[in-house]
Write a protein that binds this ligand. Structure first.
Ligand code: SF4
Ligand code: SF4
Length: 435
């Protein structure tokens, strides 16, 4: 694609990077076929190619973002399915990340939109605040059918019961018996530890059993993905710096950290991108790159350690839902399936496994109708597998798909690591025994 930026514009490193990305696009349109929003609506402006054109026009003009640009970028899930399909390796992720920042910095949203985004940015990344909001949402849940779109969506996603906090998430070192084979820092996250604390508990148990010492670093918190995808660049960078500092300090205190382990693939995609996010900050670029380089999804680490101690019990059929951040963001497709199979599960993949379930960070709150359509489509495909359970490696997908599979006969959604923990000697996961 030909671009027309002035020398002065190209002096801005963000425009310079956008220019390089834009120039790779050859307008072939292959990406449209696998874009969930284009598949749903058939509108070119809600396809990757259409959004790329809109961003090119906006960046070249140097003018404030238009309502049209904001609308079509807001409708993008950042699922990155288009990147998997693109034959020209167009880096859509970094382009749309900058596009969202451009909109955030130059466009004034309607008041209700700004208010909702402010609340989400101030609540979701903080477990204490999020827990309080979930408790309040529990009171509002019975009235959710009477609520308008976005409020109803938030209440639909809130669990009927909020589990108690887990001691596993407190800053500490979870030691193994004997000399550790590996020492990792576990990102305990934000929303996940409130919605399903058993995921971190399973992660620590299975890593300890395989001889891996697990450090929960003091001061580490939300990865920053939620605010980063709202275009709130400074908030995203601040979250990244706080985590980098916390893990560096943990290494000085406890000894070499071999990997930063993440069990929510949305967070993993973002932490693996810290190096890019902070590339223009001389004080942080190298430190961020070092953390990104040692960041691994839990399934990558389990494969490296080798799954052992599989309990010889009868295992059910599992439908594996690959989160977009797992398959498109981190390019991890076979690893979780391989682990589940080696633990003895009969694993099937649903039709349209490349399509997003509609979770996508705060998308299911900000764009509830489109998210509900995608959630229902995903639920139908998972139901059709005939599996009693769904395994996934991302808490956002787990919440979104669970809210779309509400019939008693529908499959129950669990985290991959909960199943692997059970299969190698851990307790029965919540919701697993009642089938
Ligand atoms: S597939 Fe790639 S090169 Fe083709 S239109 Fe989409 S982004 Fe551009
Ligand atoms: S990130 Fe997903 S929703 Fe956005 S343009 Fe690409 S395929 Fe479509």
């Amino acid at each position: 694609m030909q671009t027309n930026f002035s020398i002065a514009q190209l002096a801005d490193p963000n425009i310079d990077a956008a220019n390089d990305i834009l120039r790779k696009c050859v307008h072939c349109g292959f990406c449209t076929a696998t874009c969930p929003t284009y598949v749903l609506k058939g509108d070119e402006l809600d396809s990757p190619r259409g959004r790329i054109y809109l961003m090119k026009e906006a960046f070249e003009s140097g003018q404030p973002a238009t309502p049209k640009l904001a609308k079509h970028l807001d409708r993008c899930l950042s699922c990155l399915s288009c990147m998997t399909t693109c034959p020209a390796s167009v880096d859509y992720m970094h382009l749309v990340d900058y596009g969202r920042t451009y909109v955030e910095n130059t466009y004034t949203r309607p008041l209700h939109d700004r208010a909702l985004r402010w609340v989400l940015a101030k609540v979701l990344p903080y477990p204490g605040m999020f827990r309080l909001s979930m408790t309040a949402a529990k009171l509002g849940r019975p009235f959710r059918k009477l609520m308008p779109g976005r409020l109803r969506a938030m209440l639909e996603l809130a669990p009927a019961n909020v589990p108690a906090p887990s001691a596993v998430d407190l800053a500490q070192v979870h030691k193994t018996d004997g000399a550790p084979r590996m020492r990792v820092a576990l990102m305990t996250g934000c929303a996940q530890q409130v919605l399903r604390p058993s995921i971190n508990e399973s992660t620590v148990r299975i890593l300890n059993r395989l001889g891996c010492e697990v450090v929960v670093a003091e001061g580490a918190g939300c990865c920053g993905a939620l605010v980063h995808h709202m275009g709130r660049e400074k908030d995203g960078h601040d979250a990244a710096k706080r985590n980098i500092e916390a893990w560096e300090t943990a290494e000085k205190t406890h000894g070499r950290i071999d990997a930063v382990v993440i069990n929510a693939s949305g967070c993993g995609t973002t932490v693996k991108d810290y190096g890019w996010m902070l590339r223009n900050d001389p004080a942080w670029a190298a430190r961020a790159g070092a953390i990104s380089n040692k960041t691994r999804d839990i399934t990558e680490v389990l494969l490296e350690l080798g799954l052992s101690g599989v309990v010889p019990a009868e295992k059910p059929r599992i439908a594996y839902h690959s989160a977009c951040s797992m398959q498109h963001g981190q390019k991890l497709k076979s690893e979780p399936v391989e682990l589940l199979k080696s633990a003895g599960f009969d694993v099937v993949e649903p039709a349209e496994s490349h399509l997003c379930c509609g979770s996508a960070g705060t998308y299911n709150i900000m764009q509830p109708d489109w998210a509900a359509d995608l959630g229902a489509r995903k639920a139908g495909n998972l139901r059709d597998t005939g599996a009693a359970y769904v395994a996934t490696g991302n808490i956002g997908c787990l919440a979104q798909i669970s809210s779309a599979l509400t019939d008693d006969r529908d499959p129950k959604v669990l985290h991959t690591v909960e199943l692997l923990d059970w299969a190698t000697g851990g307790p029965v996961p919540d919701g697993f025994a009642d089938r």
